[in-house]
Design a protein around this ligand. Structure first.
Ligand code: GAR
Length: 201
């Protein structure tokens, strides 16, 4: 089977990365080779998860590198070194430039913890998304996997899953439910679908 060299880009806890690792281990990602993990935060717990799974992992600090261009050049250096063909943004909280997204057109996917086009775009990440959903009083939220282009959360939608909101929900409770019921299933499934299409193309 032709496997697609895949990098997972992270910034935090890495539970979505873990869901991908677990799915790969159980044979659920036949078209995916987890080749590399890149983090925008040097202290991200996701880096531990990568190491525990034996996946090469590196962190780059935009602050230390001094600019977006230098940060992206560092990412591209590693992506090329490892022959990466497909990128998964799994809680990667740094916005990528149009030059970067064009370079990997239809080869970057992202998980967003809401039903796009609700509660998305610049400034909507992590718990903030769930705070906004609760503040607006919606009764249904969910998660979306989409291709990444130059517009934050603006690329073509690949998959979505709805999740109910209950009275008494806190942002933390809702985040956990969206992860459990939607993100951790949706992202590995969408990744396999996109990798299979690339492998067949
Ligand atoms: C996830 O809920 C992911 O959907 C979200 O950050 C969290 C990362 O958790 N991403 C965004 O908000 C992107 N706009 P994780 O590090 O445990 O996977």
């Amino acid at each position: 089977m032709n496997k697609i060299n895949t990098a997972v880009l992270v910034s935090g806890g890495g539970t979505n990365l873990q869901a991908i690792i677990d799915r790969e281990k159980s044979g659920g990602l036949p078209h995916v080779k987890l080749a590399l993990v890149l983090s925008s935060q040097e202290n991200a717990y996701a880096l531990e998860r990568a190491k525990n799974a034996g996946i090469p992992a590196f962190a780059f600090s935009k602050k230390k590198l001094g600019s977006q261009a230098a940060f992206e050049a560092a990412l591209i250096g590693k992506l090329e070194e490892y022959g990466v063909e497909l990128l998964v943004l799994a809680g990667f909280l740094s916005i990528l430039s149009a030059d970067f997204t064009k370079r990997y057109e239809r080869r970057i996917i992202n998980i967003h913890p809401a039903l796009i086009p609700s509660f998305c775009g610049e400034g909507y990440y992590g718990l903030k998304v769930h705070e906004a959903a609760l503040a607006r009083g919606v009764k249904i939220t969910g998660a979306t996997v989409h291709f990444v282009n130059e517009i934050p959360d603006g690329g073509e939608i690949i998959a979505q899953k709805a999740v109910r909101i209950y009275s008494g929900d806190t942002p933390e409770k809702l985040q956990k439910r969206v992860m459990k019921q939607a993100e951790w299933k949706l992202l590995p499934a969408a990744l396999e679908k996109v990798a299979a299409e690339l492998a067949d193309s």
